[in-house]
Design a protein around this ligand. Structure first.
Ligand SMILES: Cc1cc2nc3c(=O)[nH]c(=O)nc-3n(C[C@H](O)[C@H](O)[C@H](O)COP(=O)(O)OP(=O)(O)OC[C@H]3O[C@@H](n4cnc5c(N)ncnc54)[C@H](O)[C@@H]3O)c2cc1C
Length: 408
């Protein structure tokens, strides 16, 4: 009989197992993949954006955000950084994002694996948990047989990027126990858009653009950064950041638009004056040629197509009204969103086990002794280290609480 069994050896399961063992529990860690922490290796493009110096409630979404307060009170950013510093991680800061100094995700996984072993956690890989059966203790049915445990921590992750681990099995396990799971949709994912011009624009990058997401005529969020055109839509950090709002809007069958400002550094009037000056100076060039040196070559014909202006005209013939049409388009190019990218390309799952099922100690309300941590809960963060921070913090808290609840 185990004291604590942790299901899933990802970011939250590894920290949960370590902290349970540190609080005196005999711990079993079960992982369905052939090795632990596979997804961690892919985080931050292999560099692992481990945390963020500005962790705040506003960066998280979902019904479980209220849990942040109690979780972060005990295992917030400082405590997590101390945890990692103690096991060997030095930090490197890029703006507000934190990375291991080595800039290698593998070093984060290595220190966790080492600590799991040092704490005497027994680790079983290639073992898929199918069911948790509550009783005097918990019976855990797996592909490799039955395990008994006083406490269980479900740290089985979400549905995003299933080739790296979880494919949503944790939600199924919870549902079979009658635990409510909210609607799931992919987040931090590129968006598919409708536009006849996307194929032409594929590969174009707007280094410093502003994207805003409009759902049902209402602007919900705006983000700045590098925007990338793909053959069927839009990508890049600002788009990933907006994808949750877009996905939710689509799920609610609302009209969703991404509007791009290609010249955020200029007010409309400034851009108008600039265009006017250029067209006068370059009046001998065609309208299309006059954009050379200002706009990515592939963007000019698309801009003209959107505005309906003839690119072969002499640029000096453009009227003020026509220049304003160009300005409005350059600062407000509209892309109707038809879908999010697939689950396989998403970084995180929006939705999960709902707030009403969980106490502030991350214990299941219906089943004392069963705990949850990480992405399996209905909470997801923005891009920038917020999701791993939640995974570490909730894992540490659930691990400690599961262990100390046995001692009581
Ligand atoms: C490509 C990519 C890059 C990312 N980069 C960042 C980043 O830089 N910073 C950041 O903050 N976030 C990042 N994220 C998000 C972050 O990785 C996740 O939010 C975090 O890993 C969630 O931790 P978790 O422990 O809850 O789930 P996971 O890390 O998914 O771990 C769950 C584990 O449970 C196992 N499992 C599932 N079901 C079972 C079962 N039935 N039986 C046994 N084992 C099971 C899975 O195989 C998996 O190993 C990224 C995500 C992706 C996909």
């Amino acid at each position: 009989m185990e004291d604590v069994t942790v299901i899933g050896a990802g970011a939250s399961g590894l920290t949960a197992a370590i902290n349970s063992a540190r609080h005196g529990a005999k711990v079993l860690l079960i992982e369905k993949m052939d090795r632990v922490g596979k997804k961690l290796l892919a985080t931050g493009n292999g560099r692992c954006n481990i945390s963020n110096v500005k962790v705040s409630l506003s960066r998280y979404h979902g019904t479980c955000t209220h849990l942040l307060k109690s979780v972060m009170a005990d295992y917030g950013g400082d405590a997590t950084r101390r945890f990692f510093a103690e096991i060997g991680i030095e930090y490197r800061r890029e703006e507000d994002r934190l990375y291991p100094y080595s800039l290698q995700a593998s070093s984060v996984l290595d220190v966790l694996r080492y600590e799991v072993a040092r704490q005497g956690v027994q680790c079983v890989t290639g073992c898929m948990v199918k069911d948790i059966i509550p009783g005097d203790s918990f019976s855990i049915q797996t592909s490799e047989g039955l395990f008994q445990s006083h406490r269980v921590i479900l740290a089985a992750g979400g549905k995003a990027s299933s080739k790296l681990g979880s494919a949503g099995e944790g939600y199924e396990i919870a549902r079979k126990l009658g635990i409510r799971v909210s609607r799931l949709f992919p987040a931090l994912v590129k968006l598919r858009c409708e536009s006849p011009y996307l194929k032409r624009l594929a590969g174009v990058k707007v280094e410093q653009g502003v994207a805003s997401v409009w759902v049902g005529q209402k602007m919900l969020r705006q983000e700045e950064g590098e925007i990338l055109f793909t053959p069927d839509g839009l990508s890049g950090p600002p788009i990933l950041q907006l994808s949750r709002c877009a996905a939710q809007g689509l799920a609610e069958k609302k009209e969703v638009l991404i509007i791009l400002d290609l010249f955020p550094a200029m007010e409309e009037e400034q851009l108008f004056q600039m265009l006017k000056g250029r067209t006068q100076r370059l009046s001998y060039k065609t309208v299309e040629e006059s954009f050379n040196g200002l706009l990515h070559k592939k963007l000019t014909p698309v801009l003209l197509a959107y505005t309906g202006l003839d690119g072969t005209r002499e640029s000096g013939t453009l009227s003020n009204r026509e220049l304003w049409i160009l300005v409005k388009q350059m600062k407000g190019m509209k892309f109707p969103v038809t879908a999010t990218g697939p689950w396989q390309e998403a970084q995180v799952t929006a939705g999960g086990i709902v707030a009403g099922e969980v106490t502030g100690t991350l214990e299941a309300k219906r089943y004392p002794g069963l705990f949850f941590s990480g992405e399996v809960l209905d909470i997801d963060g923005d891009c920038g280290g917020f999701n791993l921070q939640w995974a570490w913090s909730s894992g540490l808290l659930a691990g400690r609480n599961a262990a100390i609840s046995i001692a009581k």
